[in-house]
Design a protein around this ligand. Structure first.
Ligand SMILES: NC(=O)c1ccc[n+]([C@@H]2O[C@H](COP(=O)([O-])OP(=O)(O)OC[C@H]3O[C@@H](n4cnc5c(N)ncnc54)[C@H](O)[C@@H]3O)[C@@H](O)[C@H]2O)c1
Length: 253
């Protein structure tokens, strides 16, 4: 799909990967709406790129509905959704204080999995109503899993399970939306230089980076954005989770 002139929704647009994608899509001529629970960060990126910031908790049904309505009223209906909102707290299933509280597990599933599904269902319902473009295409949806969907580490029970769910949803959504010309794909990043990782002590960052075969450094939001742009551009990419990870395979710890 040609990006120029399209209305785009980016959840987590105030964060690292979402902001990188917002910059790239705005440079390519898209009208970008940044949906984030951290409205301050979303506003500063929106101002930089000439987009709009909308406060939204992706895990909340009404908040998602309101956010899409606001975006639609300013930019028209979006054909492109990029799901980048997410949280990554680490906790053992049974730690020093006993079994993990169920609410801690639930919160990660709520934001990462249910939040992703919430926006997919709302965006897809809108896109289905739009006229087709070249190749009978109507829209493109990209979500963000993680390599932890496949080899989650100790402490990643909730995070890995949530990202495994995002991966599993991908082919199911792609199959259901195929007749409407909506493609659905997922990017599974390895280690990327965003506030999520850059908050760790430098020695931890260095030892993590050393585990990446090549290139032995964190990926950048611009590199994530390049893959997102390529998925949007290439109509044959559908129903797939693509690892973007420099060849890393996470170790147990
Ligand atoms: N950085 C990495 O190495 C890495 C690796 C694998 C996967 N990921 C995934 O990539 C995505 C983006 O991560 P990032 O590294 O840019 O992190 P980040 O913390 O920089 O950005 C995440 C953004 O999501 C927003 N957010 C959190 N909860 C929300 C909610 N309920 N509703 C709306 N917005 C919410 C935050 O405010 C933040 O702006 C996440 O889903 C993360 O799990 C990141």
């Amino acid at each position: 799909m040609k990006i120029e002139g399209q209305a785009v929704l980016i959840t987590g647009g105030g964060g690292g990967l979402g902001a990188g994608t917002a910059r790239a899509l705005a440079s390519a001529g898209a009208k970008v709406a940044l949906l984030d629970s951290n409205i301050g960060n979303a506003i500063s990126i929106a101002q930089e790129i000439g987009g709009i910031a909308i406060e939204c908790d992706v895990s909340d049904e009404a908040s998602g509905v309101d956010a899409l309505e606001t975006a639609r009223s300013k930019h028209g209906p979006a054909r492109i959704l990029v799901n980048c909102a997410g949280i990554a707290p680490a906790e053992k299933i049974v730690g020093k204080n006993g079994a993990m509280p169920l609410d801690n597990f639930r919160q990660v599933i709520e934001v990462n999995l249910i939040g992703t599904f919430n926006l997919i269902r709302l965006a897809a319902a809108d896109i289905m109503e739009l006229p087709t473009l070249e190749d009978n295409e109507r829209g493109v949806i990209i979500s963000t899993a993680s390599v932890a969907a496949f080899e989650g580490q100790l402490g990643q029970a909730a995070y890995g399970a949530s990202k495994g769910g995002v991966h599993s949803l991908t082919i199911i959504c792609a199959r259901e939306f195929a007749r409407y010309g909506i493609r659905v794909n997922t990017i599974a990043p390895g280690l990327f230089a965003t506030p999520m990782l850059l908050g760790m002590p430098q020695d931890v960052q260095d030892s993590l980076a050393a585990t990446i075969p090549f290139p032995s450094r964190f990926g950048t939001p611009a590199e994530y954005a390049k893959l997102a742009m390529s998925i949007i551009d290439n109509v044959m990419i559908n129903g797939e989770t693509i690892r973007l990870d420099g060849g890393i395979r996470l170790q147990p710890r």
